[in-house]
Design a protein around this ligand. Structure first.
Ligand SMILES: NC(=O)c1ccc[n+]([C@@H]2O[C@H](COP(=O)([O-])OP(=O)(O)OC[C@H]3O[C@@H](n4cnc5c(N)ncnc54)[C@H](OP(=O)(O)O)[C@@H]3O)[C@@H](O)[C@H]2O)c1
Length: 240
């Protein structure tokens, strides 16, 4: 029970993969802090999560919000970055520069700011886990924007693993996972997309948030694991 009484801070813990990670970490005896951008999103999440999990407001697109958050977080042990609000889909030839810039702001720069603000507060036994995405290395047409954002994080994480040592830094790379990120889609279209994707994957299924949460906590808790990318994508990185 490597996480017992450890403080796990999950940026983006109100929904999806982050919320599943919060639930599992709490079940393993960790003290858990999640973040959300609004009081209503935090309240709704805390009602669904085990008692004892606490919430902190954070919008990592705002440097002042990151600074205030870092000042409030006391004694973090394990930092998990698991958030995004914009992706840049589409063929390279048509991908608008401002869409890609928004996607970098909504993930890469947010992660960057939070790690820069909190890394020095982590103990030497602490860890940082960045949730990236299978598009970084799957070379699927239409995903150059996703690959750029997530690939940049995976490349930087290896350097951080050396610079921030002995604190450990790893990335976890999910494939398509059924989360609230797809709540905007019409239900039938979403189910169809999930079924199509599942049929093409070697695992013949898409991911559930708990699948990814288990790997995030493996990266956070294994004391001999650093500078690594863990794929949890049903085989999506084996793009054919
Ligand atoms: N789901 C997939 O298929 C998939 C595949 C590959 C990679 N990923 C990656 O996995 C991570 C989690 O995805 P998910 O599907 O679990 O997402 P999700 O269900 O949409 O949840 C997103 C989380 O990020 C938070 N968030 C969004 N923008 C933020 C900001 N500016 N500052 C701080 N927090 C912010 C949200 O907080 P609020 O409560 O404020 O909304 C929420 O807690 C993301 O990095 C995503 O790129 C997901």
């Amino acid at each position: 029970m490597e996480l017992r009484d450890r403080h796990v801070v999950i940026v983006g813990g109100t929904k999806g993969i982050g919320a599943a990670t919060a639930r599992l970490a709490a079940a393993r005896g960790a003290r858990v802090t999640i973040t959300g951008r609004s009081p209503s999103s935090l309240d709704a999440a805390l009602q669904r999560l085990p008692s004892g999990v606490v919430g902190e407001p954070l919008d990592f697109t705002e440097p002042s919000s990151v600074a205030a958050f870092a000042a409030r977080i006391v004694a973090p042990d394990h930092l998990v970055l698991c958030a995004s609000s914009a992706v840049a889909w589409g063929p390279f030839a048509q991908l608008a520069e401002d869409a890609l810039q928004r996607a970098f702001e909504a993930k890469f720069w947010g992660y960057w700011r939070v790690v820069q603000a909190l890394a020095a507060n982590l103990p030497e036994t602490g860890s940082i886990t960045l949730v990236t995405g299978a598009a970084a290395r799957a070379a699927l047409p239409g995903t150059a924007g996703l690959a750029a954002v997530n690939g940049a994080l995976e490349a930087a994480a290896k350097v951080l693993a050396v610079e921030l040592a002995p604190r450990r830094v790893n990335t976890v790379s999910p494939g398509l996972t059924a989360t609230e990120a797809y709540a905007w889609m019409d239900e039938a279209a979403r189910d169809g997309m999930f079924a199509d994707a599942a049929a093409k994957l070697p695992a013949r299924r898409i991911g559930q948030p708990e699948d990814v949460a288990r790997v995030i906590l493996l990266a956070a808790s294994n004391p001999f694991m650093t500078g690594t990318t863990l794929d949890v994508d049903g085989g999506a990185h084996l793009a054919r």
